[in-house]
Design a protein around this ligand. Structure first.
Ligand SMILES: O=C(O)CCC(=O)C(=O)O
Ligand SMILES: [Fe+2]
Length: 646
């Protein structure tokens, strides 16, 4: 096969280079910001760009046979896109076919088997430091070459070679779902203290769209807003009195304490046991039970798509509901603690229309106005202001105000990086020191050093509320395993546990050995903890087609699930999932539940466990061999295989 010529070398492509190239000498001067200033770079005005476009050869006729015709059309399109985007007032770059679909799938595997509840509503994330913290430092290896290539692209395009540091690398998954400000959002506020990524929105600022939130707080639009919560009577109104002059103040009828905020806080006050909300000292036990049951029922409704299928908006506690994650217009350095961010790179790891609905990216000004995330997609429509692509890069400042539409179906996965010129925000230095502190295997021959260790259970608890009480929500690792059709059997005695147990012992069950069950069968292989199970299950999902054709006929041992064991399996499920329909819905893909996609076979699960071990082992070895080089250079990079003695 003949390889097409690289697009970059066309004469016209060279035309746009001066727009981003800065004076090398100036860039090296301390204090110089490295960006092309008006004086030092030849910047095209809109007129100049138009002139360059006019000077281009006409679009080759469609249907020109062979790759030459295809390549010419494609080069022409890419070139036009670059030219239209080469506007120094809005410096941005789009890239097509940057990540192979295989790599996207690998990163998806990592996220689904290691991700945690994220930093804003309906968002889940996997950071590199989290991977290290959970003994999965080897899983940073697939990120290493991608980070390098992205950094190079950013330095080249924005004209700051050798100046950038990666400030943050993370897999970010946005999902659809329903949240109501009155209930879940305040719980998120508690979370923000743990994850100070963004400032919590101002709850009292009504009628304004909250940035970085899926919730749109609004003034009550219906006159009867208040005592109703999804057409049922909210018991909190029976046990509190709302102040006439201030609808965000309530007096508890049991203890006379004034509770400020939404009626949700009154419920927390009455139910007791929530951090940041004083528990009512006089509330009667049956009332507490009533409130807890109400909260539980409400949650079922929140995640039940059948409840409100019209407009997905409903008034609750005076706030409007909204679906899935979204971000309003913002720049990525829009907080004082984000000022170090200079450039952003977002890689789309799955596709609009296939894996999720909604979630389009928009720039407020200049081209392209809309970006349709497409994993590994070529750009054939960017002559319009509508681009399908897999990577977008832009300056983190207000020259690139952008937004992302709400996710209305499925889950949207990105690999997001921010770059900084400020070395004190270098992620590499922190990761290397974190890796060095970890108890890594002393020798690359040490076996099973790849076994994961779950982080604190609150990182996996959804929605991220108090986590210590376990009265509502579910464990996302458990939920993912369940969404694939499996149950879990604990080797510990769990007969004394109940779903409302507020003790951390519950989470310890998931940190201890478990076995997999499916329908009436129990797989006779022991997993060290829930993350171990999850990695094996997700690996099976990732490699299913290969495993099916590998002719792996290892003898596997599966025993029938006895009634008493079935009871224990159900007990565990009740504790960690509550209502299994809820998490199943949340973790099913946009185009159907994951569990229905492949024919099941225990032999393939067994093969997946073995193959996953080999995969992990290989990565551990690579990481251990690379670490000394990383330490020396204080930088995470792909060490040439020659140096690694491969
Ligand atoms: O995921 C995207 O397309 C952009 C996300 C974004 O704007 C952000 O995280 O600040
Ligand atoms: Fe952003």
């Amino acid at each position: 096969m003949v390889t097409p010529p690289p697009i970059e070398t066309t004469a016209a492509a060279k035309l746009i280079r001066p727009t981003v190239v800065t004076d090398q000498a100036n860039r090296r001067r301390p204090g110089h910001n490295g960006m092309a200033s008006t004086a030092e770079a030849a910047e095209p005005t809109v007129l100049a760009v138009r002139q360059m476009l006019a000077a281009l050869p006409p679009l080759p006729p469609a249907g020109v046979a062979g790759w030459r015709g295809e390549v010419t059309i494609r080069s022409w399109q890419v070139l036009c896109t670059r030219l239209t985007m080469a506007n120094p007032e809005h410096p941005r770059l789009i890239i097509n076919d940057f990540l192979s679909l295989d790599l996207c799938k690998e990163l998806e595997f990592i996220h689904k088997s290691c991700g945690t509840v994220g930093y804003r509503p309906n968002v889940f994330s996997t950071t590199l430091s989290h991977l290290i913290a959970t003994n999965c430092g080897h899983l940073i290896m697939p990120f290493v070459p991608i980070r390098e290539r992205l950094k190079e692209k950013a330095e080249e395009f924005f004209g700051c070679e050798f100046e950038l540091f990666v400030e943050f690398t993370g897999l970010i998954r946005w999902k659809k779902g329903k949240e109501a400000l009155g209930f879940v959002w305040e719980a998120y506020l508690l979370r923000f203290r743990l994850y100070p990524y963004i400032e919590p929105p101002n709850l009292s600022s009504k009628c304004t769209r909250v940035r970085h939130a899926s919730i749109i707080p609004v003034a009550p639009v219906k006159s009867n807003v208040g005592p109703k919560m999804s057409n049922r009577t909210d018991p909190a109104w029976k046990y509190s009195k709302r102040h006439e002059d201030n609808k965000f103040r309530f007096t508890c009828t049991f203890c006379n304490k004034v509770v400020t905020g939404s009626v949700y806080r009154v419920k927390l006050h009455l139910a007791g046991g929530y951090p940041d909300v004083t528990s009512c000292p006089n509330c009667l036990e049956p009332v507490k039970e009533e409130i807890r049951a109400f909260i539980y029922d409400w949650e079922e409704e929140v995640f039940d798509d059948t409840v409100s299928d019209e407009g997905e908006e409903e008034d609750v506690d005076g706030y409007r509901w909204s679906t899935g994650a979204s971000i309003g217009w913002h720049s990525d350095d829009n907080r004082t603690y984000l000022k170090q961010r200079d450039f952003a790179a977002v890689c789309y790891l799955n596709s609009h229309g296939e894996d999720f609905e909604g979630g389009l990216f928009h720039f407020q000004d200049w081209q392209p106005t809309t970006i349709v995330p497409m994993a590994g997609e070529s750009c054939f429509s960017c002559l319009n202001a509508f681009c399908k692509l897999d990577v977008v890069m832009y300056t983190a400042d207000s020259r690139n105000m952008h937004s992302v539409d709400e996710i209305t179906g499925g889950e949207r996965l990105t690999l997001t990086l921010w770059f900084s010129r400020d070395g004190s925000h270098d992620e590499d230095a922190k990761l290397i020191s974190f890796l060095s502190e970890k108890q890594l295997p002393r020798s690359i021959h040490e076996t099973r050093s790849f076994l994961p260790q779950p982080a604190s259970s609150r990182m996996y608890w959804f929605p991220p509320d108090t986590a210590s009480t376990y009265e509502s929500g579910f464990d996302i690792c458990f939920a993912r395993i369940h969404a694939h059709g499996y149950d879990l059997y604990s080797l510990q005695d769990i007969s004394c546990f109940s779903a409302s147990d507020s003790s951390n012992d519950l989470s310890e069950v998931l940190m201890a050995p478990l076995r997999l069950a499916r329908e009436h069968e129990l797989f006779d292989e022991e997993f060290v903890n829930i993350l171990h199970v999850l990695q094996a299950v997700q690996f099976y999902c990732w490699k299913a087609s290969e495993l099916q054709t590998s002719g792996h006929e290892k003898r596997i041992n599966v025993v029938p699930l006895s009634p008493s064991r079935r009871e224990e399996v159900n007990r565990l499920k009740h504790v960690f999932l509550k209502d299994e329909r809820v998490p199943d819905k949340l973790f099913s893909s946009a185009m159907g539940n994951e569990r229905s996609q492949q024919p099941f076979n225990w032999a393939h699960v067994s093969a997946a466990v073995t193959t996953w071990e080999a995969y992990s082992n290989k990565l551990v070895k690579e990481m251990l061999l690379s670490l000394p080089y990383w330490k020396t250079h204080q930088s995470i990079f792909s060490v040439p295989s020659f140096d690694l003695g491969k």
